[in-house]
Write a protein that binds this ligand. Structure first.
Ligand SMILES: [Zn+2]
Length: 362
């Protein structure tokens, strides 16, 4: 036994030093055993309320309902409301804060910090910070939790292997205890995005933004944070390679987004270019031809088929270049010409001039 202890300690030390990711999986926890999961017994006493779509109109209606739900939580002595929010600074310090409201006033303000976590983890941390103390208040049967991440809140009902497992076990166990204690106990989660600037949520948001806490080292990263870091590094490498590589072609045309930033490749949200171009095959094909310079135009023929004509049918350009077609050619309505290098302007130009860069009309 003594030898085992002697061996274990250095192994544990090495593991602590070299393994920089926090342990986050606990699939054998009793909360995940079929039959004893929260969803098996209490799903009807936990509800989630969010707008039916992301439109401004639906959000407005949702906020009206949220106002009523909050008011109702403040007039009943057996009810309380928890408003949770989080923020992550550039130093990777995450702040999670929560206000507990009863009788139309804040009865508790809570705040915790963490390092190297993702935003969903920070949001779950904020919910834990407010909800756990609220469930411990005597004679409270109904808790309204207001958060800007319903996805984080829904984790309480999930019983699958998840990188957030160790975080929500703590919350899920407390929720299970609260709901088991009394048949009247209920928890309602309400979505409230920061952008809606709902006044009471804004109070927590301001507190999060004003909070400062210096990071303490060394610290282990969460599993999700570590994955995100790897992903960001790979993406950065990919974008640098794309910017410097000639493989995309000498004629590749760089565009800017609405904010005037040069568009870089990404894997997220269907990529950088496609969502702007739309999914019309012909437009997409002409856009690709225009962007790469591999198009049925004089400039391309001059390079690859010098025996073929290179001038523009308008008669004003000896070599029909891409710039001529977009900026000068009389065959296109001058009012449709792009006045900047923003991608949308070029998409509109192609949409307004179906013959530009088309194989049907060189
Ligand atoms: Zn022309």
């Amino acid at each position: 036994m003594k030898q085992q202890a002697n061996l274990k300690s250095p192994i544990k030390d090495v593991n602590e030093r070299l393994n920089s990711v926090r342990n986050c999986f606990n699939p054998l926890h009793p909360l995940f055993t079929p039959g004893s999961q929260i969803v098996d017994h209490f799903s009807s006493r936990i509800s989630f309320h969010s707008p039916s779509s992301s439109s401004d109109e639906n959000l407005y209606q949702h906020l009206q309902s949220l106002n009523l739900a909050f008011r109702s939580s403040q007039v009943n002595h057996n009810s309380t409301a928890v408003i949770a929010d989080r923020g992550i600074k550039k130093s990777h310090v995450a702040t999670a804060a929560a206000h507990i409201w009863a009788d139309n006033s804040v009865i508790k303000q809570l705040r915790v910090h963490s390092l190297d976590v993702t935003s969903i983890e920070a949001e779950l941390m904020a919910i834990c910070t407010g909800l756990i103390p609220a469930m411990e208040i005597d004679n409270i049967h109904d808790i309204t939790v207001i958060t800007d991440s319903i996805t984080a809140a829904r984790k309480i009902l999930e019983s699958k292997v998840d990188p957030l497992q160790n975080m929500f076990i703590l919350l899920a166990a407390a929720v299970k205890m609260f709901l088991s204690k009394d048949g009247r106990n209920k928890i309602r989660f309400w979505y409230c995005p920061s952008r809606a600037e709902w006044p009471r949520h804004k109070l927590v948001d301001n507190q999060v933004k004003a909070s400062s806490c210096a990071p303490t080292f060394p610290s282990k990263e969460s599993h999700l944070f570590s994955k995100k870091k790897e992903c960001d590094n790979t993406l950065c490498e990919w974008q640098m390679h794309f910017a410097n590589s000639l493989k995309k072609g000498h004629y590749f045309l760089n565009f800017e987004d609405e904010k005037g930033i040069i568009i870089k490749p990404t894997y997220a949200k269907e990529g950088s270019w496609l969502p702007v171009i739309g999914f019309t095959n012909s437009l997409c094909a002409r856009f690709t031809c225009m962007t790469t310079g591999h198009a049925p135009i004089g400039e391309y023929r001059q390079r690859f088929f010098p025996q073929l004509p290179t001038s523009c049918p308008c008669g004003k350009a000896k070599v029909q270049t891409r710039e001529h077609i977009v900026m000068e050619c009389d065959r296109h309505d001058p009012s449709t010409r792009p006045c900047n290098t923003i991608i949308n302007s070029f998409v509109h130009f192609l949409a307004d001039n179906p013959e530009a860069f088309s194989f049907d009309n060189g």
